[in-house]
Design a protein around this ligand. Structure first.
Ligand code: NI
Length: 177
């Protein structure tokens, strides 16, 4: 197992369209999934896509804590070759961050309700309906597989900023105080 280096915005691997996984039984693929799990745990992030660790394959992993998802937790999920379908036209705007844009956050519109499909790391079919934060995480991670980073989804780049500053502003702390 290994903690992998995370590519940051500007690295070409993050703009590429990733290639589908053809064989989930491949030991190299299984090692990638384990290394991604270890890398995500080490980073403290919510999700990670293979292109973020310089591997242009269609694999994402994520976990959803109950605290951020209206009390409903989803344990660590591996999605291979995922597909997403919005369930309606409703969009919801919320703050997102990304391990490839360390320290930054911005407001991103996403579909509020989606259905998604994929394979587990063992090659078993996965199908879920997701909403709110859970749906946001899946859309964010799957965007990485198409070379899209969250600022490209933002309506208002004025909301892009450093987490530390935005938090400070929200808490009403004025400079000089
Ligand atoms: Ni990301």
């Amino acid at each position: 197992m290994a903690i992998l280096k995370i590519a940051r915005m500007g690295h070409p691997v993050l703009s590429r369209v990733a290639v589908p996984v053809s064989d989930t039984k491949n030991p190299e693929f299984l090692r990638l999934v384990v290394d991604m799990m270890e890398t995500l745990a080490d980073s403290g992030g919510t999700g990670l896509a293979a292109p973020q660790v310089h591997i242009s394959l269609r694999v994402v992993i994520f976990k959803v804590s109950a605290l951020r998802n209206n009390g409903e937790a989803f344990p660590l999920t591996v999605l291979v070759n995922p597909r997403i379908e919005p369930l309606d036209d409703e969009l919801q705007v919320g703050y997102e961050g990304c391990l490839s844009l360390p320290g930054l956050t911005g407001m991103v519109p996403r579909h509020r309700r989606i259905r998604y499909w994929g394979l587990s790391a063992e090659g078993a079919p996965v199908e879920r309906v997701a909403e709110g934060f859970h749906a946001r995480v899946v859309q964010h991670e799957c965007d990485h597989l198409d070379g899209v980073l969250y600022p490209q989804r933002m309506d208002d780049l004025a909301t892009l900023g450093f987490v530390e500053e935005i938090r400070r502003a929200a808490e009403g702390v004025t400079e000089g105080e």
